[in-house]
Design a protein around this ligand. Structure first.
Ligand code: MN
Length: 250
């Protein structure tokens, strides 16, 4: 753990989310912590970046930890944080209020903040926990957060890790992303003035494949999914190369 010195912490729920405070407090056991996070909620913003206007910092603090709120997206926050802090060793994102499993890994601003770090070759972990209207008990998650950070740091080839933590964890397991069933759907409704409106909603799938992120959290296990940046479908690529003549160059 001696190698971890500077830890940048971000999220997509906003700098004043209780989840980021819990994560920053655990991070401070491992090194020097700086929080750079969106000033307002940016959930489901995925990897959006701000390119048509400038970004601004406002200094704040979270229980004595150095913190900045930024008028941008989660990916913006990590890009700025890494720009202003030399040699960030680790980026932690979360703890998101709501799991990021299955297709939600694609929608997630929490994962995108960690992914932005991975783009910059900085190792990063995204943390998510179940959505709850009640205050979340982060104390019970704490030993698992510590163990996940220790496990990740001990895997030097691992650049990006997506972690989902059940409310009452009873263990840790390596998983793969569950993408067989998409949960997103559109609900049409009518407002009081008779205009149609639409909600993008999601309905949890009944079917759960063993070994996936969804399966793990339903078992009460902390789910660890290593994520890669290369989206190439290698099987299809090889088949296409074998079956289709490529146009000669020059
Ligand atoms: Mn969120």
């Amino acid at each position: 753990m001696e190698t971890v010195v500077r830890i940048l912490v971000s999220n997509d729920d906003g700098v004043f989310s209780p989840g980021i405070k819990a994560l920053a407090q655990v991070a401070s056991e491992f090194g020097q912590v700086r929080v750079v996070a969106p000033d307002v909620e940016q959930s489901a913003m995925s990897h959006a970046i701000t390119v048509r206007r400038p970004l601004h910092y406002t200094k704040t603090n979270i229980d004595g930890l150095e913190a900045y709120r930024v008028d941008g997206t989660p990916a913006d926050c990590v890009a700025l944080g890494a720009f202003h802090w030399d040699e960030v060793d680790l980026v932690l994102s979360g703890i998101n209020l709501g799991y990021n499993i299955g297709h939600n890994i694609w929608h997630s601003g929490t994962v995108a903040a960690a992914k932005q770090a991975a783009f910059l070759r900085i190792p990063a972990i995204a943390f998510s926990a179940p959505y709850s209207d009640e205050p979340v008990d982060y104390e019970v998650m704490r030993p698992y957060l510590r163990q996940v950070i220790e496990t990740f740091v001990a895997e030097p080839d691992m650049l990006l890790l997506n972690v989902n933590v059940p409310a009452r964890p009873r263990g840790i397991v390596w998983t793969r992303q569950s993408v067989r069933h998409y949960e997103g759907y559109v609900v049409a409704g009518e407002d009081p003035l008779g205009r149609m409106h639409y909600w993008f909603a999601e309905e949890p799938t009944e079917e759960v494949e063993e070994g996936t992120d969804r399966w793990a959290v339903e078992q009460g296990l902390v789910s660890l999914t290593p994520i890669r940046l290369d989206l190439t479908d290698d099987v299809l690529l090889q088949r296409a190369r074998a079956e289709t003549a490529e146009t000669p160059v020059g």
